[in-house]
Design a protein around this ligand. Sequence first.
Ligand SMILES: [Zn+2]
Length: 84
Amino acid sequence: MTHRDFEGWEEYCRRRAAAKEAGSPDWARLPQSRDVMLAEGGKLYFTGIPCKNGHISPRDGNRNCTQCSVANMRAYYERQKNAV
Ligand SMILES: [Zn+2]
């Protein structure tokens, strides 16, 4: 297990509550920030703060919300399908 500076109970509880609210309590175990994620070599982090579209979900190394990425990908494939 890698060492991670503890973010503090207040911050941890906030993220844990947000993760639980979103239906995925495991997200609270993700790094709390992109810097921590990069330091650990991970691919996702979870801030518990909603993205601009209101999703509470992990973000990737480009700071993109994963739910937005899925939605964008789906829209892309729909466009491809309709273009044929
Ligand atoms: Zn989003």
